[in-house]
Design a protein around this ligand. Structure first.
Ligand code: SUG
Length: 446
């Protein structure tokens, strides 16, 4: 069946800030306590969506979550009215207030793992919201994320939205950031590629310095829930030494689209075996797999981590040309820029490079690929999606004005103590649910 890939980007929320919450994510830690600009962050993300929509890509929007999460703060013992809860948390446990205030849901590559209907046993599109159990500020996302997804993919005859896996280290799941789907055509049955950082019960190497967030057990559970065919799945372990170098998700070192995998030479344990397996699985479906591998001598892992070369989007244009969407940090790194320039001088699966300013998100370790959740849809499924979330001129104009009306242009760590931020954020989200036709998805609306 004819199908296409849609990208659903997370709209950056009004509380976007730099709290240094993600040990193992180099950018998050090194920008801790710097002053954020939520308005600029939201506009940078919105402009990416608009430009990709203008180029003919199917582009959707996912809403931010309610932050600060007074619910989290109450669950750890702060009492009183909402303002008192925030004020006490700011005084007694600023780190918990920061976790409750993170706009981290903007990185929708971590919202869920998605399997297209062509791959699943029951012929529905399956979503499993990620439990994000590795970090407190992210572990509180999945319940609300599930509600947003259900408001957008509501038709249960076409979409199955699972509950997140139990949020415990053995089943740490980070969603689509560690998952790639290959297929000759989007609508044909594909091969689903799950990358994990460690196994809880099995053998295998483990990183020493930074945590591995995704387990093999979680990846297998998601594949099982989605009803995937064993002969069309591949599980691979990320190299522990690259996790120790700051590659906290696989999408910081590899990206795939259709039959292409673009990755660093040090991405996986036993890398040749990974290519062989992907090649064999795709071959069984009549497709030819291509790995475009970047050598350490061209781009080091450290350069990949600082530039986010692989946290790019690899997209197919209507004319079949493959486009690589990179952050502007790639142009600012001489070796990465030279590598990208070299693509124009030889035959590779990448035909074009598009550059975006996503500076605000990048400072928290979130590049173009982190900001989007891929959902392959056929025509009937597209027709069942909430129509208000598709990016177009009118939605862009409304959201741009909405950001101007509600967002601050400066947010320092100390500002999280300001109880007015909660009221501002709720007012913004309340209006957003009308713009996106979501219904009452937020707790404060219920
Ligand atoms: O989980 N950063 C996010 C970045 C997620 C990037 N996503 C993908 N690679 N797909 C994280 O580490 C930092 C928040 C702070 O420090 O304030 C943060 O959560």
């Amino acid at each position: 069946m004819q199908a296409f890939e849609a990208n659903f980007d997370g709209l950056v929320g009004p509380t976007h800030n730099y709290a240094g919450l993600s040990f193992g994510n180099v950018a998050s830690r090194s920008n801790e306590k710097s002053v954020a600009n939520p308005k600029a962050a939201a506009k940078q993300g919105l402009r990416k969506m608009k430009r990709l929509a203008d180029l003919g890509f199917h582009q959707g929007v996912l809403p931010p979550l309610e932050r600060p999460s007074v619910k989290l703060l109450r669950s750890v013992g702060f009492t009183g009215d909402d303002a008192a809860v925030i004020e006490r948390a700011a005084r007694e446990a600023p780190e918990l207030l920061a976790a409750a205030s993170s706009a981290s849901a903007m990185w929708t590559a971590n919202a869920a793992t998605v399997s297209p209907s062509a791959d699943t046993a029951d012929g529905r599109v399956h979503f499993t919201p990620a439990n994000l159990a590795a970090k407190l500020h992210r572990a509180i996302e999945h319940g609300e994320t599930r509600r947003s997804l259900a408001a957008i993919f509501a038709d249960e005859s076409r979409f199955q939205i699972h509950h997140a896996l139990p949020g415990t280290p053995a089943l740490g799941d980070e969603g689509a950031a560690n998952h790639t789907r290959f297929a000759r055509e989007y609508g044909e049955k594909g091969v689903e590629f799950f990358v994990y950082g460690r196994s809880e019960y099995g053998q295998g190497p483990q990183p020493q310095r930074f945590p591995a967030r995704q387990t093999l057990e979680a990846s297998r559970a998601v594949a099982r829930l989605h009803g995937l065919d064993d002969a069309a799945t591949v599980f691979a372990q990320q190299s522990p030494d690259v996790i120790d170098a700051g590659v906290f998700h696989n999408d910081v070192i590899a990206v795939g689209n259709r039959t292409t995998l673009f990755c660093h030479a040090r991405a996986f344990v036993d890398q040749q075996k990974v290519y062989d397996e992907l090649g064999a699985r795709l071959h069984a479906q009549g497709a030819t797999f291509t790995a475009l591998e970047v050598a350490e001598s061209d781009v080091s892992v450290a350069d990949a981590v600082s530039s986010y070369l692989f946290n790019s989007q690899l997209l197919t244009r209507a004319d079949g040309r493959q486009v690589l969407v990179v952050p502007q940090e790639c142009r600012e790194n001489a070796r990465v820029a030279a590598y990208l320039d070299s693509l124009g001088t030889r035959t590779t699966p990448i035909d074009e490079v598009l550059v975006f300013d996503l500076r605000e998100s990048m400072k928290n370790g979130g590049g173009p690929a982190c900001l989007r959740l891929r959902v392959v849809l056929n025509e009937a499924e597209r027709a069942a999606v909430n129509p208000n979330v598709w990016m177009n001129d009118a939605l862009f104009a409304r959201l741009d004005a909405w950001i101007d009306a509600h967002y601050r242009d400066s947010l320092a760590p100390g500002d999280l103590a300001d109880p007015r931020l909660l009221a501002e954020s709720r007012a913004a989200l309340d209006e957003l649910t009308t713009i996106l036709g979501l219904g009452a998805v937020y707790d404060f609306q219920r």
